[in-house]
Design a protein around this ligand. Structure first.
Ligand SMILES: *Cc1c(COP(=O)(O)O)cnc(C)c1O
Length: 480
């Protein structure tokens, strides 16, 4: 007997209806209420992508000589990307399943290139704001990270990077833009350093790769960040973000095959046959490549350019409206479609405001150091700019009248967790709680939505968010 599988199979319709019912409390991305995680245009477009995905639903990109269709789709997506990033046909790359995979592959590649140059204790220099995927790559592949500090504009500090370069440096990183504040690192300066010291330079354009080139076409001024910068040796870009493809599609492109070679895995002696693989995955999802290709065909250069233009106009309108409220500061000078804003008024606790906005149905990320709210803007947000700003103004008033909010809900827990000492202990605690949440008999944990304002009063360990749990652990620990 199983508690999940029925004894006899059920009708498709009934199953699909039940699947729909599971999602009723999910973020309302179709109403443009989410400011992270989802890149959604409209129903018609989504149906079309699903069709495209479906045509290659069962096809497997594992063996590139079997499904020649997939090899072709992948190559065309990469060619399109190479043209956007201004690199010639010497370029070389693969589609991967996500930005994290693309970034981690770069770590592996440059570690192995470093090894071939005799480096035994590899290190990479990454900006303070680099995506956590790079830390993950560091852990998985044993490449030590050195986090370079930021300058006053929240770009990576070039002088600090240069100081960190040593004989073990296998790679330098810049982002275009970084995720937390939407700031483009000074890639041209990084390129000069990379060339001078003969060290590979990767640009993480996971979020920016399919919007920055179209912003440029739409006439926005941007610093150079792609292969036009000489020292840049590779770029990662997620077509499942601003390329509006189906999830499961990213790219990594190298300037030439000499770098890429270090990414490829070969086993010539496996009893199952001669084996070569370009990326992490074994079975590779044909549908994701087909949908990415279809997205390119459906939008075209003009479509993407219009989307980019609309998106930046929305982002600018939001930033302007937020500044006009009078108690916020945009962090740095983000030129792309993401930004973060912090409070400049001690009576407006930014995380309390986050809670109030969430009450109003918005799904917004909180960021830390400095504490701020985040927005990843897409074109369809144009219909909610006024609503968002109105709710924000009302929220500010509400938070001012209710200072106690800063000590409750997520505001309290986020505020505290980001400032707790003993980071190593916090880390261990997060790890324990998180790993245990994957036990099949675990209660649900929740990284964001906590309704247990005061864990002690809400009755025991149930229904507590991850941050709540860390706080109660910390309180117990320090009260001993
Ligand atoms: C989103 C993102 C990633 C990771 O991409 P996933 O598809 O979520 O794995 C890496 N770097 C940057 C800058 C990103 O914005």
């Amino acid at each position: 007997m199983s508690s999940v599988a029925p004894e006899k199979g059920r009708p498709f319709e009934e199953i699909l209806a039940e699947l729909d019912s599971f999602g009723v409390n999910d973020p309302k991305y179709k109403d443009a209420k989410t400011w992270s995680l989802v890149y959604y245009l409209n129903e018609e477009y989504t149906d079309f992508l699903q069709e495209a995905y479906g045509r290659y639903f069962s096809a497997n990109g594992l063996n590139p000589t079997a499904f020649k269709s997939l090899k072709r789709l992948e190559k065309e997506v990469l060619k399109f990307t190479a043209e956007l990033f201004h690199v010639d046909d010497e370029a070389c790359g693969v589609m991967t399943s996500c930005g994290t995979e693309s970034c981690m592959l770069a770590v592996k590649t440059y570690r192995d290139l470093g090894r071939s140059r005799g480096i035994k204790k590899p290190e990479m220099i990454i900006p303070e704001t680099a995506h956590v995927a790079w830390d993950k790559g560091s852990e998985y592949f044993g490449v030590k990270t050195r986090r370079a500090p930021l300058d006053k504009d929240f770009k990576v500090d070039i002088k600090a990077v240069e100081k960190m370069i040593n004989k073990n440096t296998v790679m330098i990183l810049g982002a275009a833009p970084e995720y937390p504040h939407g700031i483009i690192d000074p890639i041209e300066e990084l390129g000069k350093l990379a060339k001078k010291h003969n060290i590979p330079l990767h640009v993480d354009a996971c979020v920016g790769g399919y919007i920055l080139p179209f912003m440029e076409k739409a006439g926005y001024e941007l610093p150079l960040w792609d292969f036009r910068v000489e020292g840049v040796t590779s770029i990662s870009a997620d077509i499942h973000k601003y390329g509006f493809a189906a999830k499961g599609a990213s790219c990594i492109l190298y300037r030439n095959v000499d770098y890429f070679k270090h990414q490829v895995f070969v086993n010539e002696s496996w009893p199952g046959g001669l084996f070569a693989s370009p990326a992490f995955l074994g079975t590779r999802p044909g549908g994701a490549y087909a949908a990415a290709w279809a997205a390119i065909q459906a939008n075209g250069i003009e479509g993407y350019t219009e989307l980019a233009d609309r998106t930046i106009k929305v982002a600018e309108a939001l930033k302007k409206g937020i500044k006009e409220i009078g108690c916020f500061e945009i962090i740095g000078e983000p030129k792309a479609s993401l930004f973060a804003y912090r409070s400049t008024d001690s009576s407006v606790n930014i995380f309390a405001l986050g809670d109030v906005m969430e009450e109003k149905g918005w799904h917004i990320d909180r960021i830390q150091r400095p504490d701020a709210l985040h927005a990843m803007v897409t074109a369809p947000h144009d219909k909610v700019v006024e609503d968002y700003l109105k709710d924000l103004r009302d929220g500010v008033e509400y938070v001012r009248q209710h200072p106690e909010l800063a000590d409750s809900g997520q505001a309290a827990t986020y505020g505290l967790v980001s400032h707790l000492p003993l980071r190593g202990m916090v880390r261990k605690q997060v790890l324990d709680i998180f790993a245990n949440s994957y036990k099949l008999n675990a209660e649900e944990i929740d990284l964001s939505d906590s309704d247990s304002v005061n864990p002690a009063e809400s009755g025991g360990e149930e229904k507590k968010s991850l941050v709540d749990k860390i706080i109660s652990w910390y309180v117990k620990k320090t009260s001993k």
